[in-house]
Design a protein around this ligand. Structure first.
Ligand code: TMP
Length: 205
């Protein structure tokens, strides 16, 4: 079982994925559950994370396609060296983000198109599709009014138009054939506990 959390910054995605991991660890034991994040969760993928979003250069902007390839490179490393072996050994994997973030951020908000992102990611994700994607559905203004973690991320300084286009990207992701019966929209308004109960209700494990 491979469970992914998606959403814009401030949607409560990381809080809820942590709560789900705690819940699953209690139910099945720590050794049965693996929590990962994209980009990241291996030393190589964490270094690529820094290049993708934690660094800016004085006289050069990163081209959106370069960004897409870098995220895909990090994803390849995480999926093929950590997630796939864990799934094969019977672990439940919970991930903060997946290729759908690339579809929404680079495909829609950065304008590359979702088809381009799917094509760039084809070999990285083949055979390793999430069983469930919990999309934390929240109004952009509410999400942006929440406080974020202190670690600098170049996307977090973008204006609300950028985040509205990311939401449009996720709406398109929901309609993708490969997401049929996998994409679950969670109302991400209300208290942490209310949101978590909505998630647990949807999970049949
Ligand atoms: P997060 O760890 O706070 O979710 O930060 C990840 C950031 O990277 C977030 O701003 C979304 C962005 N991102 C992309 O733009 N494309 C991707 O493929 C992924 C995985 C993340």
């Amino acid at each position: 079982m491979y469970i992914v959390f998606e959403g814009i910054v401030g949607s409560g995605k990381s809080t809820q994925s942590k709560k789900l991991v705690e819940f699953l660890c209690e139910k099945y034991g720590n050794e049965k559950i693996l929590h990962v994040r994209e980009p990241g969760s291996t030393p190589i993928a964490e270094d690529i994370r820094h290049l993708c979003q934690g660094k800016e250069w004085a006289n050069e902007l990163m081209h959106p396609l370069t960004n897409a390839y870098l995220y895909t490179a990090a994803r390849t490393q995480t999926l093929h060296t950590v997630v796939k072996p864990a799934l094969e050994s019977g672990q439940i994997v919970v991930s903060d983000r997946s290729f759908l973030s690339s579809c929404a951020y680079q495909g829609e908000a950065q304008g590359l198109g979702i088809d381009t992102i799917l094509s760039v990611n084809q070999d990285a994700i083949r055979g390793i599709l999430p069983d469930i994607v919990f999309y934390m559905d929240i109004d952009v203004e509410t999400a942006l009014s929440r406080t974020f973690d202190a670690v600098w991320d170049k996307w977090e300084k973008m204006g609300s138009d950028f985040f509205h286009s990311i939401v449009r990207g996720y709406d398109k992701c929901e309609k993708l054939d490969i997401m049929k019966n996998r994409f679950i929209r969670i109302d991400a308004s209300g208290s942490q506990q209310e949101i978590f109960e909505r998630i647990v209700q949807k999970i049949k494990i």
